[in-house]
Ligand binder design. Sequence first.
Ligand SMILES: [Fe+2]
Length: 235
Amino acid sequence: MYTPDDLVPALTAFVDDQLWTARAPLRFYGVPMGCRMTVCRLADGRLLVHSPIKLDAIKPQLDALGEIAFAVAPNFIHHLYMGPFLEAYPNARLFVSPKLVAKRPDLRAEGVLGDAPPPGTWGETLDQAIVRSGTVMDEVVFLHRPSRTLILCDLCECVHADAPLGWRIMGRLAGIYEHYGPPLDMRLSFRDRAALRQFVTRVLSWDFDRVVLSHGNLVHAAGKDIFRKAYAFCL
Ligand SMILES: [Fe+2]
């Protein structure tokens, strides 16, 4: 079942000793859509945490995985729990999407995410690309090479048949009910189709089979086909 409000978050291995995810309840304008955090093992054994959720229930599990080297907020929406996360892990180096720098200056990010890993960070393990074609979204997506996993946040979402009613209604309106893709409002905001095509083409050039996304079931196989279909409208 997907995103019940009483969900107790727990870290679950998506790929053994490489990638973990945890889901948590989240209401967006009253709609119970839930969200997901991702933890990546880096080449040096340390960890990168993508889009943290509320830590309470999962902190002991997270602590047991190892040292958290980096935290990333991949777009300007997924930042709600970043403040408390950094209080819990003050040595984690924070990198955020360009629009979040202005929105949350209090987070004091070390750097801004772009089309390449910042020097001296996670480049040995992860690649990244930023979509700049939209008037709204500025999301940065990641490729976790060891697990061949594409890590998305909001660029691709899916509402499933077992989701709460409000989220199913939203899903039908947004064109993402039982369909992986960008919600309609985001899709309409992609004004620069050439830039979007360039971004999608680059992502499709990566070697991945799995997909992690913030809203929708994890994709264990054929992830590249799903991403290609999601963005076929711009190719
Ligand atoms: Fe989201």
